[in-house]
Design a protein around this ligand. Structure first.
Ligand code: AMP
Ligand code: MN
Ligand code: MN
Ligand code: MN
Length: 300
């Protein structure tokens, strides 16, 4: 099947109404959660890469959106910002991320879900700090909290602190040895989070007028049988789209995700899940929308 690619075709032609001939990235993070760039710097980077449409989708917060929009206006940057969020949910012992796109960021039901999620983040962070203390690492919570500042505190902050203090040699090792979940119980300092359900996340996104997208379906380490179960439940809960395109996905994985979209009548989204500049991926890079997919922006 033919693929249209931003790398192969500098002026990506997406065959759809709405955002034809645009460079589009619908998943990115700022320092309002665990991204490395401030909302302003992220917008500048997107503008440099000639991205036309960018969604900011920070973990359980919309704090970066007004800052980014103000910067776009102040600097007169030709970029359409899509208001977004990435909500962590709990499903069968897995943490499933639901992205909300084109949301009303001030919607009351969404705001109250965000508050609930922030409390869950805070509690989890405190418990993680306690467990890490038992592993011999003191004050990690305080340092992670300081690093997160006013933003959403995440395990990425803990991983960074553990790395900076020399307790692990890479951030990945912090997940593998301490705060990640492999197996049923997780590593020594893993804390089961108290996230909302998939249904609650989808409902709040819909109340806020947005589209609900299952983020990175390939990253949950689910068998084919369990992934199908997840997609069935997401679809029955009125979820709108699957993220079928991430930079790291193989053509086979993209095809598989596209087939799920077609089977369950779901739309398709694409995004880099950009956190900070690195060798392997960047804003808008290597994003390809398979021909035959119904792009999520057709809903807007
Ligand atoms: P949290 O939302 O608090 O669970 O933090 C998870 C975040 O940590 C993710 O959004 C990723 O950005 C980052 N992360 C980096 N490596 C890993 C990993 N191996 N497992 C889970 N999260 C990771
Ligand atoms: Mn993240
Ligand atoms: Mn995610
Ligand atoms: Mn993300």
């Amino acid at each position: 099947m033919a693929l249209l690619s931003t790398t192969d075709f500098p002026h990506l032609i997406v065959k759809t109404e709405g955002f034809a001939h645009k460079r589009i990235d619908l998943h990115s993070h700022t320092s309002c959660s665990d991204g490395g760039l401030s909302p302003q710097t992220l917008i500048d980077r997107a503008a440099n890469f000639q991205i036309d449409v960018l969604a900011i989708t920070d973990h359980d917060t919309v704090a970066g959106l007004d800052i980014a929009q103000k910067h776009i206006q102040d600097k007169n940057i030709p970029l359409k910002l899509i208001d977004g969020i990435e909500i962590s949910t709990a499903w069968q012992g897995f943490e499933i991320h639901i992205v909300g796109l084109n949301i009303d960021k001030n919607n009351l039901q969404l705001t109250s879900l965000i508050e609930q999620q922030q409390q869950a983040r805070e509690q989890r962070a405190i418990s993680m700090g306690e467990k890490l203390a038992k592993c011999g690492f003191t004050n990690i919570y305080a340092d992670a909290k300081a690093m997160a500042g006013d933003g959403s505190i995440t395990r990425a902050h803990f991983a960074k602190v553990l790395h900076q203090q020399g307790h692990v040699s890479t951030m990945q090792q912090a997940f593998d040895k301490y705060i990640g979940k492999k197996g049923s119980k997780g590593q020594r300092a893993y804390v089961k989070p108290n996230w909302c359900s998939i249904e609650e996340a989808i409902q709040a996104i819909h109340q806020a007028g947005g589209s609900a997208v299952m983020a990175h379906p390939i990253r949950y380490d689910l068998s084919a049988k369990w992934l199908r179960r997840l997609i069935v439940q997401f679809s029955e809960a009125a979820g709108d789209a699957l993220e079928v395109v991430l930079p790291q996905m193989s053509p086979e994985q993209r095809q598989k995700m596209l087939a799920y979209c077609q089977e369950y009548n779901l739309y398709a989204s694409m995004g880099s899940d950009f956190h900070y500049p690195n060798k392997w991926s960047d804003l808008g890079r290597n994003l390809t929308m398979p021909v035959g997919a119904k792009p999520v922006w057709a809903l807007w």
